[in-house]
Design a protein around this ligand. Structure first.
Ligand SMILES: C[S@@+](CC[C@H](N)C(=O)[O-])C[C@H]1O[C@@H](n2cnc3c(N)ncnc32)[C@H](O)[C@@H]1O
Length: 351
């Protein structure tokens, strides 16, 4: 087992262009400098299958699936306070819970959970046994989804979604940036980028982004040679703003406005406003780039088992057709669309 790069000295860059094609499974996450081969590409990336969005209708594609199983923290909060949790508070719960999983030493924890399960069997206490089975299921699923499959970060999939944009040295605005992963992946692909990350949960700047490993390699492009190049967090120009998206003072000054897992947290009545957030800060020829989790059986299972980690906020799972309709109906032309392991992705321009 390789050392977790989280534990390496901060200034050390463990991967270089000599490592292209390499992937390593570290205790907390996978490092992946591979490109897709054709078989993998066709299995996990499906791009641009709809020719004319004007022909797609809600009647044909149905509605998104609402995830109704909430975290026990949310349920307890609402029971104690006697009122519905506010979105801002629910995001604070979510970000803390999610981050705690990203920093786990997964193999060690799997071993401990197995031992706890065996010990619980000896108690003959059904509640105790049920609880340890639940914990074991969560760590096993997290291991598979994040560490083995790399479904959350999915650098190869994200690169496939984001490639081919007509921009250089872009200014990128990341709405609801959390740890900021996708803006960094874009900045590796389009060198010279200036990133503005925005999240109203201060914990995202102080902890999720701050603790994102400085040793994690992003595969991108070398501007001068056109070859692939490995970048790290500290190579990028990043300004992290803690504020509500509704308060942002910017004009139409960004080449890319990005969100990852934002649209699906708003019921339909609010979706036009969310789409407007993606329009109002874009330069005239700029790109809105959005991803949302896919409506598929394995994702439903994931959000069910991981409810305590993931489900503090209103959440929908949708198909690429449903997501595309929200984007198209709210005044955007869809330039690229597709889905990767667990997310849909759309690159669009305001009409
Ligand atoms: C689901 S997360 C994004 C997914 C992310 N990739 C992750 O790993 O958690 C959405 C983020 O948007 C932020 N957010 C939601 N509404 C916001 C608003 N009105 N202003 C600023 N940030 C907001 C939340 O705090 C949260 O960190």
């Amino acid at each position: 087992m390789m050392e977790n790069t989280l534990d390496l000295p901060k200034d050390k860059k463990p991967y270089s262009e000599n490592d292209l094609g390499r992937t390593d499974i570290l205790p907390s996450y996978r490092v992946d400098l591979r490109n897709y081969n054709e078989k993998e590409y066709n299995k996990f990336v499906k791009m641009n299958r709809i020719n004319n969005w004007a022909m797609v209708s809600w009647k044909e594609v149905g509605r998104p699936f609402e995830v109704k199983k909430y975290s026990s923290d949310r349920l307890l909060y609402e029971k104690e306070k006697g009122k519905e949790i506010r979105p801002f508070t629910s995001w604070k719960y979510f970000n803390k819970a999610f981050h705690e999983w990203f920093i786990k030493d997964v193999p060690t924890e799997m071993k401990e959970q197995k031992q706890a399960f065996i010990a619980s069997l000896k108690t003959f206490n059904p509640n105790q046994i049920r609880k340890t089975i639940g914990e074991l299921a969560k760590i096993q699923l997290w291991n598979y989804a994040h560490r083995i499959q790399d479904g959350v970060w999915d650098p190869r999939g994200k690169r496939a979604l984001f490639e081919g944009l007509d921009i250089s040295k872009p200014r990128i605005l990341f709405l609801g940036a959390a740890e900021g992963y996708e803006a960094m992946q874009l900045a590796a692909m389009y060198p010279g980028a200036e990133i503005t990350m925005v999240d109203y949960d201060e914990y995202c700047k102080s902890t999720r982004f701050e603790e994102f490993p400085k040793t994690y390699p992003f595969l991108g492009e070398n501007q001068s040679t056109g070859h692939q190049k490995v970048y790290y967090k500290d190579d990028f120009t990043i300004d992290y703003v803690v504020d509500d998206i509704r308060n942002l003072p910017y004009g139409k000054e960004f080449d890319i406005v990005l969100s990852v897992g934002l649209l699906e947290h708003f019921p339909d009545a609010y979706k036009p406003e969310v789409m407007e957030w993606h329009r109002k800060f874009l330069k005239p020829n700029g790109y809105a780039i959005m991803t949302t989790p896919r409506k598929q059986l394995r994702s439903k299972l994931y959000y069910n088992v991981m409810a305590d980690v993931m489900n503090h906020t209103y959440r929908e799972l949708m198909t690429i057709e449903q997501m595309g309709l929200y984007v198209y109906e709210n005044g955007f032309d869809i330039k690229q669309h597709g889905y990767i392991k667990v997310h849909n992705g759309i690159v669009a321009k305001p009409r």
